[in-house]
Design a protein around this ligand. Structure first.
Ligand SMILES: [Zn+2]
Length: 113
């Protein structure tokens, strides 16, 4: 079994989940955009709804990006090392946040900024 194969499987599964979620969000946005409601109050609600969907889509997209980056790092054999200090990231942390590219110390430093 390849190194990090288990984490790779987990990431692939997570990526599928997010892609499904994004598809659903896109469909919801298309649906509301495609059927303009003549009632202006209803329209305002629909617009607010779209904003929420857009925000959700944004979160899912950045998550998807992190996952794709992690998968690329696994393929290149770079996975598991902190991209800031280059020290190995503890396996426990990788299991908890499989797409992280920072060790705890560097992640803490980043939040302090
Ligand atoms: Zn680090």
């Amino acid at each position: 079994m390849k190194k990090h194969e288990q984490i790779r499987m987990k990431l692939m599964k997570k990526r599928e989940e997010i892609e499904r979620r994004l598809n659903k969000i896109d469909q919801d946005i298309l649906h509301t955009d495609g059927a303009p409601n003549p009632d202006s109050e209803e329209q305002a609600v629909e617009r607010a709804n779209d904003d929420v969907l857009d925000a959700l889509g944004g979160i899912a997209r950045s998550e998807l990006e992190d996952i794709n980056k992690a998968l690329t790092r696994i393929e290149r054999g770079e996975y598991g090392n902190c991209t800031v200090c280059n020290k190995p990231i503890p396996l426990e942390r990788l299991k908890a946040i499989p797409y992280t590219d920072h060790c705890v110390a560097c992640a803490d430093n980043r939040t302090d900024e």
